[in-house]
Design a protein around this ligand. Structure first.
Ligand SMILES: Nc1nc2c(ncn2[C@@H]2O[C@H](COP(=O)(O)OP(=O)(O)OP(=O)(O)O)[C@@H](O)[C@H]2O)c(=O)[nH]1
Length: 841
């Protein structure tokens, strides 16, 4: 059991935190406020103290009030005074008020009796009136009949409710029933003013009795003498006094709610509205709980909960949920560890062109389905499930790595296992490497299917050797990569491959909770003429039912129909199942996430909000890392690695550049090369860069036109270099935040070389056409052959027909020479660029 806090003990003992705090401090315990913890010994002592008080109040209180013990006789008077003088917000702290105040107050209550008289009265009532102590909320007549027992009431006031206190304080006014009645009424009306329940005594009826006017006057007198009241409460009291004098009806507070539903950061005003209480009352109450706060100051969770406890009601925090944030909902649903059950693995097949991916998928599709379904099966959607050894495996039919990475770029890491198909007769090829890098970037385990082992030239061992270079080492050789030698065409070892997939998935302990709302990702989506929006979804968590309200990406709806991959209507779908659904208001995108909501209203609100946000953010520059903002990004602590993709003209350059970049040392940051290859920068590189927030460095190579436009669109940073040192320097400077370019290269046009003329004096003259932009006499040029930069230099001359010109625009023919370079060939491209000065901010 943890240590008890003061407020908790107070709640338990039904006394104020302040009373406990005071007592604890009096006893020398090391406590500061209501939140302070108590040791078990301390707690025990306090319990004893307060339970004794309760008992004393009922039984043995008279000891304190015996005439023979004058020193103690002051206590009853205190308590009495407390009742009379305490403002509504201070019920629990009456005991703390001074004797002199009490005495004065009492005299007022007694209708002008002298102070000394009051004192003697209080003392003379030391004999307890036990019956009184047990009867709370007594009415006036009861009080009149009660003999006063101030010591009793003093003790009671600590542990009992206001009604009790009031009654007891009434009884203090012994031998003057009239005065007693007045006093009682005063107290009651005070309580009514508070209007609260619980310890504030709000349960008392309002002071509408015969004595109410007198009582009000008395109370007002009392209030004037109340040293405790704050500036604000004094003001409020004055207002109330005025109202009372005018005979204005007393305001009745509404009943407290059963539970205070709050949000952290609410202030006294907010809470006052919920509790139907004046903010000033809340402020006073907080003050008594040891929290100094004005009406506008935000309150923390603990304070609000203590306040609720003090009012005697429960408190519940209302957590504001951003329904539109389905990513968050998705994460929450995904991370739910309740009712976890094993789910089928989701497998993607990747590999180089013609290595047999489609053949493998087709073979699986046709050979591993239940007998009843065999024959004439048409796969309706881009994913399917098969059964092997009584277990299900889900295959995603995503042709091409770009599609795979595209999904990842959109935040959908849906693949559990990658099967890498490598043809045994062909070995590792560029797309094999690309696939490895894509899978590694996605951190999915790879199972290698060495295919076409039936072919005469097949050399599986060679494939295995090759793959060791990429960290894929067979188990036999001391690694942990599973290799299966198959023939997709002839179905050889396919079962072994499936065994291995199941084994891998077992190791991964793939689990999901089928008992919760479904969440997952879009595999593909389209607009169907007849059905409207049709989306293929992979359920990653929970179970989806027809009729479920759903938000998918920026669209929403209800699952109107649901079909499995064979076009069969189903009513529910479990985790790892691909389904095709209709019923969405719009067409989502592949990779979008979906979340099922409990009700359609929330789904609609979330969907509409997302659609609105998407519209606003449409085409807004994505927060992709570029060299220019790299330092800022790093500074923000968003990145500890700089992901880089290197493309170069020859393998030697790739390695040299990679090695050099790895050696750059900048504190807290390192270069992480996620993909290298020889050749032009293609769309797949750009997609990978976007998905991984990477920078592409092209060394002596150019991006293909499609890759270039995709990079522009996705804001992927491509840096082209011809000197390794410059590339290293640029990355290093960017990492150190020193990138302050004063000049920036700007490509202004492209010329296609269509004819070559050799002239003895001027060298090679290239005749051609400006296919893009323009070229000017002072532009610099690069000669590009098959996407590889073969020369970079200055323009020698620029002519239209026979005339020298300063500029030639797109669509016009021209003749040009490159200074000191003659090896120009037909089909070459001359890229014209200028170095533009970048103004320093
Ligand atoms: N002999 C033999 N041929 C195979 C095997 N697997 C596939 N092939 C053949 O290899 C060729 C290419 O196979 P695909 O399955 O289309 O290859 P892919 O990887 O899907 O090719 P893309 O879809 O272009 O990327 C086809 O002619 C297949 O018949 C195999 O195990 N043995």
């Amino acid at each position: 059991m943890g240590k008890k806090r003061i407020y908790e003990l107070a709640k338990e003992l039904n006394v104020s935190s302040k009373a406990i705090l005071d007592k604890a401090q009096e006893k020398g315990f090391d406590v500061k406020n209501h939140m302070s913890s108590l040791g078990s010994n301390e707690e025990r002592q306090l319990r004893e103290t307060f339970s004794n008080k309760g008992n004393n109040a009922n039984k043995s209180q008279s000891n304190q009030a015996k005439p023979a013990q004058p020193a103690k006789s002051a206590k009853p008077a205190q308590s009495r005074d407390q009742h009379q003088t305490t403002s509504n917000a201070q019920p629990a702290h009456r005991n703390n008020q001074s004797n002199s105040t009490h005495a004065r107050t009492q005299s007022n209550n007694n209708g002008g009796h002298s102070t000394s008289q009051n004192h003697s009265t209080s003392q003379s009532h030391s004999t307890s009136n036990r019956s009184q102590s047990s009867t709370h909320n007594q009415n006036q007549s009861t009080n009149r009949n009660q003999s006063s027992n101030r010591s009793q009431s003093a003790n009671h006031s600590q542990s009992n409710n206001h009604g009790q206190s009031n009654n007891r304080s009434q009884s203090n006014n012994t031998n003057r029933s009239q005065n007693n009645n007045r006093s009682q009424s005063n107290n009651r009306s005070q309580s009514n003013g508070n209007g609260g329940s619980g310890r504030f005594g709000g349960s008392l009826s309002s002071g509408n009795g015969r004595n109410s006017r007198n009582n009000r006057n008395n109370r007002n007198n009392n209030r004037r003498r109340n040293n405790f009241a704050s500036k604000y409460s004094k003001k409020n009291q004055r207002i109330k006094e005025t109202n009372h004098q005018k005979g204005a009806p007393e305001r009745k507070n509404k009943a407290l709610p059963e539970t205070l539903v709050y949000q952290v950061g609410m202030n006294a005003q907010d809470l006052g509205k919920i509790l139907h209480r004046e903010p000033s009352e809340i402020v006073k109450k907080l003050f008594m709980l040891g929290v100094m706060a004005n009406q506008n100051q935000s309150l923390d969770k603990d304070t609000i909960e203590i306040l609720a406890a003090d009012y005697g009601i429960a408190a519940k925090e209302k957590v504001e949920v951003d329904v539109a944030d389905i990513d968050k909902t998705f994460e929450e649903e995904s991370n739910n560890t309740d009712h976890l059950e094993t789910r089928p693995p989701v497998v993607t097949i990747m590999g180089h062109v013609d290595h047999g991916k489609t053949t493998l998928l087709d073979h699986l599709r046709h050979s591993h389905i239940t007998a009843g379904e065999a024959g004439g099966i048409t796969q309706a959607i881009g994913a399917y499930q098969l059964k092997h050894q009584g277990k299900t495996i889900t295959f995603l039919d995503t042709p091409g790595h770009a599609a795979f990475t595209e999904m990842r770029a959109r935040g959908a890491d849906i693949t559990d296992i990658t099967v890498l198909v490598v043809a045994a007769d062909d070995g590792v090829m560029p797309q094999t490497i690309e696939a490895i890098h894509h899978a590694q970037a996605a951190k999915t385990p790879i199972i290698v299917a060495v295919n076409k082992i039936d072919k005469p030239g097949a050399n599986p061992n060679h494939v295995m050797e090759q793959l060791t270079e990429y960290g894929l080492i067979p188990e036999d050789w001391g690694g942990d990569t599973i290799f299966v030698q198959i023939s997709a065409k002839f179905g050889k070892n396919i079962d072994e491959l499936l065994d291995m997939i199941l084994l891998q998935s077992e190791v991964m302990e793939l689990k999901a909770n089928p008992q919760q709302n479904a969440a997952g990702s879009v595999i593909e989506a389209k607009l169907d003429q007849g059905k409207g929006s049709v989306a293929t979804l992979l359920i990653q968590q929970g179970t989806m039912h027809t009729g479920d309200p759903i938000v998918v990406g920026n669209t929403f709806g209800r699952v109107r129909t649901m079909e499995n991959e064979r076009g069969k209507e189903i009513k529910k779908a479990l985790p790892s199942t691909p389904v095709e659904i209709t019923g969405l208001s719009d067409v989502p995108e592949a990779g979008d996430r979906f979340v099922v909501f409990d009700d359609e209203k929330t789904a609609r609100a979330a969907g509409e909000e997302r659609a609105k946000n998407a519209l606003m953010e449409e085409r807004r520059t994505k927060n992709t890392v570029t060299l220019d903002n790299l330092f800022d990004t790093m500074k923000e602590g968003e990145m500890k690695e700089v992901d880089v993709i290197i493309k170069a003209d020859v393998q030697g350059s790739v390695e040299a550049l990679a090695n050099s970049l790895k050696k750059i040392e900048v504190e807290g940051v390192r270069v992480n090369i996620i993909h290298t290859a020889v050749g032009a920068i293609n769309e797949s590189d750009v997609t990978l860069a976007e998905a991984s927030n990477a920078i592409i460095i092209g060394f002596n190579v150019r991006p293909t036109p499609q890759a270039k436009s995709q990079a522009d669109q996705d804001n992927v940073d491509i840096r082209l270099h011809r000197v390794i040192y410059n590339a290293i320097d640029e990355i290093e400077h960017a990492m150190k935040g020193k990138l302050e370019p004063t000049y920036k290269e700007e490509v202004i046009g492209e010329v296609e070389v269509r004819d070559i003329f050799k002239a003895s004096k001027v060298g090679t003259i290239a005749g051609g056409m400006v296919t893009d932009g323009h070229i000017s006499k002072d532009s610099k040029v690069r000669l590009i052959r098959d996407s590889v930069v073969v020369y970079e230099g200055e323009l020698g001359s620029l002519k239209r027909f026979k005339d020298d010109v300063n500029d030639v625009k797109q669509g016009h023919e021209l003749g040009l020479t490159i200074e000191n370079y003659n090896d120009i060939k037909v089909g070459d491209v001359v890229e014209a660029y200028i170095m533009k000065e970048v103004p320093i901010e």
